[in-house]
Design a protein around this ligand. Structure first.
Ligand SMILES: Cc1cc2nc3c(=O)[nH]c(=O)nc-3n(C[C@H](O)[C@H](O)[C@H](O)COP(=O)(O)OP(=O)(O)OC[C@H]3O[C@@H](n4cnc5c(N)ncnc54)[C@H](O)[C@@H]3O)c2cc1C
Length: 486
């Protein structure tokens, strides 16, 4: 008998979503991630949970409807990570005249039950905070509801849920060979130690490495795939309102600018064909300038490449025959050949659904329970999305030393599991040494013990974004502390 029912290569959003779904349906699951969870494309997404207006524009009504239905599910199962926001589109473009935008947003509103989110509306931004940061000529904007998400924490908490339902999650474990008979036999280098496991089915969810893994690890024929790079920039905060701006750039592309980690603005996104090693992905300076110019066309404050504090880039593959953001799931099984699932690309919004459909393809092979992930909260997400502020108030009542922004960050990261991080502490000192103004030893220990954090980058860029503000000396202290705990 094989050691596992499903082995998964890749700990990005696709891999962990497969692991969560399959583990909850009773399969014995193991996932191998060569680096840290979510360390590749899944922490470089636009961080939006949305129906996507650009899809509506291409008359993808059913796709938008399906994504909006997923948006409701995310708000229900991950109210700490997924936050409703108002999105504002200044109206000006010849290409998309105001009547077209108004009609489009009306359809967007009608395609789903909004589940308590406010409908779209028209704003006179000459006298509205949304207009304050914008250049004068934009007199009118349309506002609508969608959501933002913390993508890398979504990966980690999905993995945590999978683990709590029995999946084995191995980070720092690279799959180097997989032999296929009626089962899979995998060779893995797991933190320097070579081990072999067997599994009845295998999922290749290696993101930008999927074709390389198919070719060199599985040695299986693979449909031709194209690599695409997506990039965004982070600049110091450009505006006050809790709004995502959607701009119609003069080349017709939609560019967004959203609040990011309190003091910053995230601007995205540019996509381009990619060649090379997905592990070495850098944002080309032409793309940085493109996003700065696009933002400068709208914001009063000029955005220059010198203002960019961080670039965020990721690579993923799409089927060469069908470039798009829908993602692709391929399923291959034959007599005496163990099943193989290949899952690449796709957006964050529909990741849960794609994993559900992929795992369902295994039903002829094993008995398993019905799809369940739409109805079960991710760890810490067992409260209603419109009670987020109440959760923040509860946290400040219980840990009186927390400032409002700190409590907001902690509830956004851990939700109702915050007591597991802060315990019964009555003062900040009881949380141990501090690294920068916010990170405490208690939080780092929790992340190392429960969320697979091993190195400072895992804490500073994926379990949080505190790397944006942490002074170099504190990073060094954090590295020394983590090395000691390990
Ligand atoms: C052009 C483009 C545009 C996109 N636009 C959007 C968008 O608008 N909205 C949106 O939400 N999403 C978007 N995405 C999707 C998003 O970025 C990711 O595709 C999604 O998060 C799923 O990622 P993944 O799990 O497939 O890959 P990744 O997150 O890259 O994960 C793959 C993992 O596999 C691991 N791995 C590789 N080889 C091995 C091995 N041999 N052993 C062990 N581990 C291995 C890697 O280390 C990596 O962590 C876009 C993607 C592309 C390409």
């Amino acid at each position: 008998m094989a050691d596992y029912d499903l082995a998964i290569i890749g700990g990005g959003l696709n891999g962990v979503s497969l692991a969560r779904d399959a583990a909850g349906r009773g399969l014995r699951v193991i996932l191998f991630e060569q680096g840290d969870l979510g360390s590749a494309a899944s922490s470089a997404t636009p961080r939006l949970i949305h129906g996507d207006l650009s899809v509506l524009e291409r008359r993808g009504f059913w796709r938008v409807r399906r994504a909006l239905a997923e948006r409701r599910i995310w708000l229900r199962i991950a109210p700490h990570l997924v936050r409703p926001m108002r999105f504002a589109i200044p109206a000006h473009s010849e290409e998309r005249p105001p009547w077209l935008l108004r009609a489009g947003l009306y359809v967007y509103d009608c395609l789903t039950n909004r589940g308590g989110l406010p409908p779209s509306s028209t704003l006179d931004i000459t006298h509205h905070p949304v207009g304050d940061a914008l250049k004068r000529p934009f007199g009118m904007a349309f506002e609508y509801s969608d959501c933002v998400v913390d993508d890398s924490r979504l990966v980690v908490l999905t993995a945590l849920d999978a683990a709590e339902r029995g999946a084995a999650i191995r980070t720092g474990a690279r799959c180097i060979r997989a032999d296929r008979t009626d089962t899979w036999r995998l060779a893995v280098v797991d933190r320097g130690i070579r081990r072999t496991i067997t599994s009845r089915a295998l999922a290749n969810a290696a993101g930008g490495w999927t074709a390389m893994v198919a070719d060199t690890v599985l040695r299986q024929q693979q449909a031709p795939m194209a690599a695409m790079q997506m990039s965004q920039i982070v600049v110091p905060k450009l505006f006050e309102p809790d709004t995502v701006y959607v701009f119609q750039n003069n080349d017709g592309r939609l560019i967004f600018a959203r609040p990011f980690e309190r003091d910053f603005t995230l601007i995205g996104m540019v996509t381009r064909a990619f060649t090379g090693d997905p592990a070495i992905v850098a944002m080309p300076s032409a793309d940085v300038s493109y996003l700065c110019d696009a933002a400068s066309r709208y914001f009063r404050e000029r955005v220059a490449p010198a203002d960019v504090v961080r670039t965020v880039s990721g690579v993923n593959l799409t089927l060469a025959s069908a470039r798009g953001r829908d993602g692709t799931t391929l399923f291959h099984a034959r007599r005496r050949k163990a099943p193989l699932i290949t899952m690449v690309g796709g957006d964050v919004t529909t990741s849960r659904l794609r994993a559900e459909r992929a795992v369902t393809k295994l039903t002829p092979f094993y008995p398993m329970s019905r799809p369940w992930t739409a109805g079960a909260a991710l760890p810490g997400g067992d409260f209603a999305w419109d009670r987020f502020d109440h959760q923040v108030d509860l946290a400040r009542d219980r840990w009186r030393f927390l400032s409002e922004p700190e409590a907001h960050r902690l509830v956004g990261a851990y939700g109702s599991r915050l007591p597991a991080v802060l315990g019964e502490a009555k003062s900040r000192d009881e949380l141990g040494p501090a690294f920068g103004p916010e990170l405490t030893a208690a939080e780092v220990r929790y992340l190392m013990a429960h969320e697979w954090a091993r190195f400072p980058e895992d804490v500073l860029w994926r379990r949080s974004k505190l790397g944006l503000t942490m002074p170099a000396a504190d990073r060094d202290a954090l590295a020394a502390f983590m090395a000691n705990v390990m």
